[in-house]
Design a protein around this ligand. Structure first.
Ligand code: SF4
Length: 452
């Protein structure tokens, strides 16, 4: 296991930069008991890497760990080979705890290579084999040599921390074992990578035509709708965009150090953020024609989108919304609904990094609107005191909304429609209006005959 300390003291993190020397050494908050309850480090690592559709992903651990499978998240792929949708696990048992699980892991890799012939195998370390001392790195090295195929160890036992830390560990595995191991067939001056874009509900496909129209080529998307070989060539990009994610910032920073690829953080949620992302990409590439082309495209797309949004904004202006979603979405979604004229009365800060919190505060201007513990009781309290019109949250919060009779829209990874780019902005507006106008809420609020 790598020294975890460095993941908590990321030098590229804006918050860390602003700290004094002593505080810098301490870094972000270390995991405390319970911090893995919203998803453990293994879960986070797998979330990040599973969209690499043509690789085999073997979970080295008891069968229950493999319950975190692809269909928990709506990450979509156009790959004809979809090994990521199959659950591979070494299914460790009590006997393996006594005798060790290394041999079983080696045999599992062998079987996967022989049966499926993938371009690479990812092996995830989980709590039990980590505690009994299975050396997955050594097994992966041996298997890689024996079967002549990349076998990537992902050292992510759940007990080391939260889902967010797991994202970072996945980025670390990509940097150490994958990126830079292959050369692309050809390169262009407009090659960019997207880091931390997982193509949830097809969101990558919403922005891809836009990026292509502007003149960019996506060399590698890490990791939405990706193939192993794309990611192996990512070191040849001219710019890295860290999409809505502090989690892969360490990867961007290290790629800049090693390969000289400049990076910026951006988001495709909302009109302004989408335009800023295109603009920053062009500016970092520094091609005059490209910059002009991008500005023209932004002008056309913004005008088009704003025109189409008018009827929705009329209906949504002033409506109060409460947001309970994880990580980066908690701020990027704030910006998005504010552009629709809605008032955000609170947003969850539970799974957000310090950087995410800083951005939320910038947008909301009131620390009280950052909810550190969005438990159902707290959500109900805010819904009642603020007279909330809408709850934007993940599936787990829907019952709170149903009980209160408050319109609810699922914006988490299980969502059916993507909300990225200009096109996604329209879809979000449409979905919010549909949700608010759904007659079911009035029926829900009606008293039963025996209560009247
Ligand atoms: S890795 Fe550990 S915390 Fe995560 S699911 Fe497996 S046993 Fe649970």
């Amino acid at each position: 296991m790598r020294n975890l300390e460095e993941f908590f003291t990321e030098p590229a993190c804006g918050i860390n930069k602003s700290k004094g020397d002593k505080e810098k050494k301490v870094g972000c908050s270390k995991p405390k008991p319970g911090s893995a309850s919203g998803g453990c480090a293994f879960d986070g690592a797998q979330i990040t890497l599973l969209p690499i559709a043509d690789a085999v992903h073997i979970v080295h651990g008891p069968i229950a760990c493999a319950g975190n499978s692809w269909d928990n998240r709506g990450t979509r792929s156009s790959s004809p080979i979809t090994y990521y949708r199959m659950g591979f696990t070494t299914d460790l048992s009590e006997i393996d705890v006594i005798h060790g699980g290394e041999n079983k892991l080696y045999m599992a890799i062998k079987e996967a290579v022989e049966k499926y012939n993938p371009p690479a195998v990812f092996v995830y370390q989980t709590c039990v084999p980590a505690m009994i001392g299975d050396d997955i790195q050594a097994i992966c090295n041996k298997a890689s040599k024996d079967f002549n195929i990349p076998v990537v160890p992902v050292d992510s036992p759940g007990f080391v921390g939260s889902k967010n830390l797991g994202n970072k560990l996945a980025g670390d595995a990509l940097f150490r074992y994958v990126i830079g191991t292959k050369e692309p067939e050809y390169t262009t001056p407009y090659d960019v990578n997207l880091l931390g874009e997982y193509n949830i509900a097809g969101e990558l496909w919403q922005v891809l035509p836009l990026l292509q129209e502007a003149g960019f080529r996506i060399l590698a998307c890490i990791t939405g709708d990706s193939r192993y070989n794309d990611i192996a060539t990512a070191h040849r990009a001219k710019v890295n965009m860290v999409v809505c994610s502090k989690a892969l910032l360490n990867l961007a920073r290290r790629m800049e150090e090693k390969y000289g690829i400049p990076y910026f953080e951006g988001s495709f949620y909302g009109i302004k953020d989408t335009s800023d992302a295109l603009r920053n990409m062009a500016l970092l590439i520094g091609d005059k024609d490209l910059i002009e082309r991008v500005e023209k495209l932004i002008e056309v797309k913004e005008a088009e989108t704003k025109e189409k949004l008018k009827p929705y904004i009329e209906k949504l202006k002033g409506k109060k919304v409460l947001i309970n979603t994880g990580g980066v979405k908690s701020w990027s979604m704030v910006a998005q609904v504010q552009e629709l004229g809605m008032e955000v009365v609170g947003t969850s800060a539970k799974k957000s990094t310090e950087g995410d919190k800083g951005r939320m505060l910038e947008l909301l201007g009131d620390e009280k609107k950052l909810i550190d513990d969005p438990n159902p009781k707290e959500l109900i309290k805010i819904m009642r005191s603020e007279n909330v019109d809408l709850l934007l949250a993940g599936g787990r919060s829907k019952f709170v909304a149903f009980k209160e009779g408050i319109p609810f829209l699922d914006v988490n990874q299980e969502r059916i429609r993507g909300y990225a780019g200009y096109e996604g902005m329209l879809l979000l507006a449409e979905d919010i209006v549909r949700t608010l106008e759904n007659p079911v809420w009035n029926l829900r609020r009606r008293k039963a005959p025996w209560q009247e």
